[in-house]
Design a protein around this ligand. Structure first.
Ligand code: NAP
Length: 362
């Protein structure tokens, strides 16, 4: 890829924003040229703005340390003039996020969003690159409807669904019909560390606001079909979710029980997930895992600390495959919530949009 694109990060000082900045360091296609956050951080160097709250083990990348943090809203036009795309990792009310994302897209910027605000907007695709890459075509309609030329909005789904949606997609020939999932979600999913959320040490919290509804509904749009100007969600799969916060720094695990039209044997399950016919393999995208799903036969895998970094945090790990008395099969799956589930997944989406010609140099 000869092209190089100028990228901004909106919400660059937050937990997910930091991941974006760190994953984009040395990226072969994208260079961070703008970092933006609230007026509280604006006007300071990025290094000063994240001082005392940098949450990653790696240090603040050199290329962004001295960039001056701009204000997402007050500096929107100046930011838009200097970027081809922005990654959005803001923590704000949905109405403000919708307004901000639409403003940047109208200014000609490709907006790749980690936020939920536009996930159910009819003309906005919600993408998991290895699952529904064909939904990018909705952007043609979006641009035509809204009069955008280089601007666009594409969103990624919630971090909680990444592992089991990938596995169930690989098993679609067996007709998954009813899915019961309990997710065990890391504290970084709430933008926290143990230092900033000590109450989460040695406890399990059975409630994550809004998470169960997202976990049950979003897969149906992702598996839905592209119609004229919208995605019709899949109707013949039911998902019931319980989402629980656990004392883990990174890594969302899911315990899943599934009823199928034709239950796969254990051999068929393993073959289907490990030989999944990845529809974006031909693009050879820089952030794509070589092998999307790893199967573990050991009784005590996958484990969050041992397996969350599989394929640089972009892969899915699955194991604990067992027959189920109430359903057909049970398994446990795992993905890294701030990499695959947030910043890494969004960067992969942007790479797909470059490969398909939707993001261009302005
Ligand atoms: P966070 O750590 O609280 O960071 C929030 C970011 O938004 C900061 O950069 C903050 O800037 C900025 N911000 C807040 N108010 C603002 C305002 N009025 N104007 C402009 N910028 C403002 O949150 P996070 O965990 O990174 O999450 C960001 C979003 O991603 C959330 O919507 C979250 O639900 C979603 N998400 C998170 C994860 C995860 O694993 N953490 C996964 C998937 C999705 P200041 O530093 O200046 O305040």
């Amino acid at each position: 890829m000869a092209n190089s694109f100028r990228a901004g990060v909106l919400g660059a000082t937050g937990m997910v924003g930091q991941r974006f900045v760190s994953l984009l360091d040395g990226h072969p296609w994208f260079t961070v040229t703008a970092v933006a956050a609230s007026p509280r951080s604006a006007g300071r160097s990025y290094e000063a703005a994240v001082d005392g709250r940098w949450a990653l083990e790696t240090s603040v990348p050199e290329g962004v340390r001295e960039l001056i943090v701009q204000a997402v809203e007050a500096d929107a036009e100046a930011i838009a003039a200097g970027v081809d795309l922005v990654f959005c990792a803001l923590d704000l009310d949905k109405e403000s996020i919708r307004r901000i994302e639409e403003r940047y897209a109208a200014l000609g910027v490709a907006v790749i969003s980690n936020n939920s605000a536009h996930r159910w907007t009819a003309d906005v695709p919600m993408l998991m690159p290895e699952v529904n890459p064909e939904h990018v075509k909705l952007i043609d309609y979006q641009r035509q409807q809204r009069g955008w030329d280089t601007g666009l909005i594409a969103v990624k789904p919630n971090c909680s669904i990444q592992s089991y949606v990938s596995v169930l997609t690989a098993l679609r020939e067996f007709g998954p019909r009813a899915v019961q999932v309990t997710s065990m979600q890391a504290i970084s999913g709430a933008g926290k560390t143990f230092a900033t959320w000590p109450e989460m040490v040695d406890t399990v919290n059975p409630y994550i606001s809004g998470e169960e509804e997202k976990s049950e509904r979003e897969p149906l749009k992702i598996w839905g079909s592209l119609t004229d100007g919208a995605i019709a969600p899949l109707e013949d799969v039911t998902i019931e979710a319980t989402c629980v916060r656990v004392p883990v720094s990174d890594g969302h695990m899911a315990a899943v029980a599934v009823r199928f039209d034709r239950p796969p044997s254990h051999e068929e399950f393993v073959k289907a997930v490990t030989e999944y016919d990845n529809p974006i393999r031909q693009y050879d995208l820089p952030s794509a895992p070589q092998q999307l799903i790893a199967y573990h036969a050991e009784d005590d895998r996958p484990q969050t600390r041992l397996d969350r970094d599989y394929e640089r945090g972009m892969g899915i790990s699955v194991g604990r495959l067992r027959d189920s008395t109430l359903s057909d099969l049970q398994f446990v799956s795992l993905s890294h919530n701030t990499i695959r589930g947030a910043a890494g997944g969004a960067i992969l989406m942007a790479e797909l949009l470059v490969a398909k010609g939707y993001i261009t140099n302005r």
